[in-house]
Design a protein around this ligand. Structure first.
Ligand code: AMP
Length: 210
């Protein structure tokens, strides 16, 4: 399996972005992430309004908008890690129609830990690098170690919106997890260890799926 097709599931704040970067580096696949694609097009007019209207409230952007983003990205990729999609059953069914997956992995993290991670998260406005005010602070407060850019809090990482995103996850995305589990396809990864520990477990699961 030189170019794996991996689906990385997990609640907001579980570490999907960090672990996707590891997968990209190790397996040279495309990182397909609806969250980043939507953030880059927040004010794009669609027949359902702009993504911003949904994102800033912590709600899901309508399926037709995200389905189109994913279809175009997967068409261009040999192997990929898909992160942030599917987030409801209808997106999971659509994904089934357009591709076959080699591995479906879930990063498992407790809700309280997720809230701490989300509200403390800071991202670089320039290069997108991730920090945490307590768990992984930059050398100089508010400044990116990588590129010197300004560190900001995402609009949807405030406590109120983060809580809403976790509620939306439990309501809409938990059925997606149940669906893959019932199909016998789901591999659970303990997402509460250090990033290196989580990566060791995830990498082993990818090698097993080969
Ligand atoms: P993320 O960066 O994955 O946490 O996504 C940020 C926001 O983008 C979410 O709270 C949603 O508003 C929107 N979003 C990302 N992926 C999807 C998706 N697959 N379906 C609907 N909305 C999405």
């Amino acid at each position: 399996m030189s170019q794996p097709k991996i689906l990385l599931l997990g609640p907001p704040g579980a570490g999907k972005g960090t672990q996707s970067s590891n997968i990209v580096e190790e397996y040279d696949v495309d990182h397909v992430t609806t969250g980043d694609a939507l953030r880059a097009n927040k004010d794009m007019e669609t027949e359902h309004g702009t993504p911003r209207e949904y994102m800033d409230a912590g709600e899901l952007v309508p399926d037709p908008v995200v389905n189109e983003i994913v279809k175009a990205a997967l068409e261009d990729a040999d192997g990929f890690v898909l992160d942030g999609y599917p987030r409801n059953l209808s997106q999971a069914e659509y994904l089934d129609e357009i591709t076959d997956l080699d591995l479906v992995a879930l990063l498992d993290v407790d809700r309280e830990e997720l809230l701490d991670r989300l509200t403390g998260r800071r991202v670089c406005d320039e290069c997108g690098a991730n920090y945490h005010v307590e768990f992984s602070p930059p050398e100089e407060e508010g400044v990116c170690d990588e590129c010197g850019g300004e560190l900001i809090q995402r609009d949807d990482d405030t406590e109120e919106t983060a809580k809403e995103r976790l509620n939306v996850f439990e309501e809409n995305t938990q059925p997606v997890i149940d669906y893959y589990e019932e199909e016998g396809e789901l591999v659970r990864i303990d997402g509460e260890g250090t990033p290196d520990e989580v990566w060791a477990e995830l990498e082993a699961a990818i090698e097993d799926a080969a």
